[in-house]
Ligand binder design. Structure first.
Ligand code: F0G
Length: 456
């Protein structure tokens, strides 16, 4: 059979809001043209993020009832710890309420002024935590990774030449660790190959630098390795994931993605001394060692989620659903980042609205129109998220201007995806009417979350 079906049936449903264009114009203006300020009750299909928006399975709901809410030594914690250790092989598992809490602990220990943290591409909160500690976050993405129109199998890879140059230039003593984000969210949900993980590890080892995975979407990355990298076609997703983690000395994870849950995360470490420091910070900022910032029933849902995410039928549907949307858009001539990634389709706003300069936020303009047309909410990954003023006050933009349509896991059906495609195509057909935007209010760190904007 050729039809890709959802490998589950629906047991509980939630009504979605249907609104008129007139209403949406009012809602968007009241939200200062920033989708983060929109109430979800005004959103028909929510593609803001794939984080914590997963639908739970019936087994996870059963686990929630079965959670052992003990403060210390909870049975639910040990289930969670076993599941994480089974996949990562890492020694100390430090539970946090989400990914950025793990980052905050890690970079409180490892980062300060003068320190440099390299990555293939840092996610915004990772960059935020590093910069907040006074250190520098530097991306070393392969060149092909920032060319949306070029097809390549592993566009999330680390550029090893850039990384070597950076280490030599900044000095090994100023680089306490190196990160590798799988899949690479900011470069389009693109995977990192096993060969690249192995070679990044070898390079780090040469200089004695520990390698950390930002592992939010490790299972999606493992699936791409299985499908695209010779030698892995007959391995299970679990075996591939285990090999990925075997090259690492530590990991941060937002389990709100491939933990198939609504909250959660962890910091995993092999180094005993670092773990000791991290555990002190955990108790000060998150909670006790056997729950971090989570309820124990969350740990149950996660332990079950880590099992379900390794299921190949699930991943085939998951990655297939994203590709189905991407293919529909390509067929209609809508410019997207190619190939489609693991968790989202990214509209290429530079080609979508070439008449809007990067400093006038073409991506934000596209997503505002998409919302007005359809009630679909997306997020900008471009000048609003990563742009900055340089020392002369001139605005500096990242290489790509993207609009991310992140697909929540197990939530939307094929007809929802058809609706999203129709909305994007309609927006594209109206592209000449799109106008540039400017910021009326912003803060210093992670400005996209709370910026207020208006049309020029
Ligand atoms: N690292 C990556 C690669 C991420 O995508 C995220 C979150 C984090 C770290 C932080 O995790 O949200 O649990 O604190 N990404 C979400 C997104 C928010 O929409 O892409 P968190």
């Amino acid at each position: 059979m050729k039809t890709l079906i959802e490998p589950f049936k629906i047991k509980s449903i939630e009504e979605i809001p249907i609104t008129t264009r007139e209403q949406r114009e009012r809602y968007l203006a009241n939200a200062f043209y920033n989708p983060f300020f929109l109430r979800s009750e005004y959103v028909t299909i929510d593609l803001l993020t794939d984080s914590g928006t997963t639908a739970l399975s019936s087994k996870q709901w059963a686990g929630l009832m079965d959670g052992d809410e003990a403060y210390a030594g909870s049975r639910s914690y040990y289930k969670f710890e076993d599941a994480v250790k089974e996949i990562t092989g890492l020694k100390h598992i430090i539970p946090t309420h989400q990914g950025r809490a793990a980052e905050k602990i890690l970079f409180t220990i490892a980062a300060k002024p003068g320190i440099v943290i390299p990555s293939n591409s840092h996610f915004d909160t990772t960059r935020g935590n590093i910069e907040y500690a006074g250190a520098e976050a530097i991306d070393n993405l392969v060149d092909v990774g920032s060319k949306p129109e070029v097809e390549a199998p592993f566009k999330g890879n680390m550029d090893l030449e850039k990384l070597r140059k950076l280490i030599l230039e900044k000095g090994r003593e100023n680089i306490p660790l190196c990160m590798l984000t799988v899949t690479n969210n900011t470069s389009g949900g693109q995977p990192v190959s096993m060969q690249n993980i192995r070679e990044t590890k070898a390079l780090c080892k040469e200089f004695g630098i520990p390698l950390f995975l930002d592992a939010c979407r490790f299972a999606e990355n493992a699936y791409f390795i299985k499908k695209r990298e010779p030698g892995y076609e007959n391995k299970s997703i679990k075996e591939i994931a285990q090999e990925m983690f075997s090259y690492c000395d530590g990991a941060t994870m937002s389990a709100k993605k491939d933990g198939l849950s609504n909250t959660g995360g962890f910091l995993a470490l092999n180094d005993d001394a670092m773990a000791e420091q991290a555990k002190v910070l955990l108790i000060i900022t998150e909670g006790f060692l056997t729950y971090g910032g989570m309820t124990r029933r969350d740990l149950e849902a996660l332990a079950q989620g880590f099992e379900e995410v390794l299921n190949e039928n699930y991943l085939e549907y998951r990655i297939g659903q994203v590709k189905y949307l991407g293919d529909k858009l390509l067929e209609a001539g809508v410019p997207i980042l190619q190939p489609t990634g693991g968790h989202a389709v990214y509209l290429d706003a530079k080609r979508f609205a070439p008449h809007i300069a990067p400093e006038n936020f073409p991506g934000q303009s596209v997503l505002c129109e998409l919302y007005l047309i359809s009630g679909v909410r997306a997020v900008e990954i471009g000048s609003l998220m990563f742009g900055k003023a340089d020392t002369n006050g001139n605005s500096q933009s990242p290489e790509m201007e993207l609009v991310r349509l992140a697909i929540p896991r197990r939530v939307y059906t094929k007809s929802h995806i058809d609706y999203i495609a129709e909305a994007c195509i309609e927006t594209y057909n109206n592209r000449e009417k799109l106008r540039g935007m400017e910021i009326t209010h912003e803060v210093e760190y992670l400005r996209h979350f709370t910026a207020k904007l208006k049309f020029i």
